[in-house]
Design a protein around this ligand. Structure first.
Ligand SMILES: Nc1ncnc2c1ncn2[C@@H]1O[C@H](COP(=O)(O)OP(=O)(O)OP(=O)(O)O)[C@@H](O)[C@H]1O
Ligand SMILES: Cc1cn([C@H]2C[C@H](O)[C@@H](COP(=O)(O)O)O2)c(=O)[nH]c1=O
Length: 218
C-alpha cells in the first residue's frame, strides 16, 4: 500500500457486511497476521457503533431502542465523531494500525439502503464528521482498506438464528437486508480500490487463508 498517499502515518482498516456475514469470526486472526507483519506497530481493534464509553452507551440505545431513522443516522455519526476524536485519529497520527468492525459504509448501507435516508443527507454528515482542514489541506478521513463480507441474506439469517438473540436490526426482514446488501455492493463498485469483496459463503478456513493473503498485501 502506498502510505505516502495517506494524511496520517497509520493504517485504517474496516470490516463490513450484513449481520451474520462473518466479520467478527475473522477480525482477530487478521489482526494477528498484521502484527506478525508489523511487529513494531500497535494494533487497535475497535467497533462501531461503539469504541468509546459514550459510543458504547449510544450502541446500547441504537441496537435496542426504536427511533426515527434520521435520529438513528445522527446518533451513528455522533458515536463516530467521538470514536474518531478519542481512538482512531490519535492512533493513526501515532502510526498505529486501527481495525474497526464497521465504519461509515455501514451507515450508507443500513441508514440509506435499509432505512431510506437520502445519500445526500449522509454525504453531509460524512463530510462534517470525517472532514478535516489542516494548513489549507482539506481531506476526509477514510479507511485505507475495507473488507466487505458479502453473503446472501438467507444464509446470513440462518447463521444468526443458530447463535444469538436478535437485536433491533437483526429482527428486520429479508427485504431490509437485501437493500442493505445492495447498497454495500453498489459502494464496492464505486470504490473498487478501497473496498475488497470477500465471498463470505466460502468455508471459514478458506476465508481465513484469503484474509492472511490480504494482510500480506497491506
Ligand atoms: N464462512 C462461514 N461458514 C459458516 N459459518 C460461519 C462462517 N463465518 C462465520 N460463521 C458463523 O456465522 C455466525 C455469524 O458470524 P459472525 O458473528 O462472525 O458474523 P458478523 O458478520 O460479525 O455478524 P454481526 O455483524 O451481526 O456481529 C457465527 O456463528 C459464525 O461461527
Ligand atoms: C456502524 C453502524 C452500524 N449499524 C448497525 C449494523 C448492525 O446491525 C449493528 C451493529 O451490530 P454488530 O453486531 O456490531 O455488527 O448496527 C448501522 O445501522 N449503521 C452504522 O453506521
Amino acid at each position: 500500500m502506498n502510505l505516502q498517499a495517506q494524511r496520517y502515518p497509520g493504517i485504517f482498516i474496516t470490516f463490513e457486511g450484513i449481520d451474520g456475514a462473518g466479520k467478527s469470526t475473522h477480525i482477530n486472526h487478521f489482526a494477528g497476521k498484521l502484527k506478525e507483519k508489523y511487529p513494531a506497530k500497535k494494533i487497535i481493534l475497535t467497533r462501531e457503533p461503539g469504541g468509546t464509553d459514550l459510543g458504547e452507551k449510544l450502541r446500547t440505545e441504537l441496537l435496542n431502542q426504536p427511533m426515527h431513522p434520521e435520529t438513528e443516522a445522527l446518533l451513528m455519526f455522533a458515536a463516530r465523531r467521538e470514536h474518531l476524536a478519542q481512538i482512531i485519529e490519535p492512533a493513526l497520527m501515532m502510526g498505529d494500525i486501527v481495525i474497526s468492525d464497521r465504519f461509515t459504509d455501514s451507515s450508507f448501507a443500513y441508514q440509506c439502503g435499509g432505512r431510506g435516508i437520502s445519500i445526500e443527507q449522509l454525504n453531509i454528515l460524512e463530510k462534517w464528521v470525517q472532514g478535516r482542514v489542516t494548513k489549507g489541506d482539506v481531506f476526509e478521513i477514510q479507511p485505507n482498506k475495507t473488507f466487505l463480507f458479502d453473503l446472501s441474506v438467507e444464509i446470513a439469517q440462518q447463521r444468526r438464528e443458530q447463535t444469538r438473540t436478535p437485536d433491533k436490526f437483526e429482527k428486520l426482514d429479508i427485504h431490509f437486508f437485501n437493500q442493505v446488501r445492495n447498497e454495500y455492493l453498489r459502494r464496492a463498485s464505486v470504490f473498487p480500490n478501497r473496498i475488497k469483496l470477500i465471498d463470505a459463503s466460502l468455508s471459514i478456513d478458506t476465508i481465513r487463508d484469503m484474509m492472511e493473503l490480504e494482510a500480506s498485501f497491506l
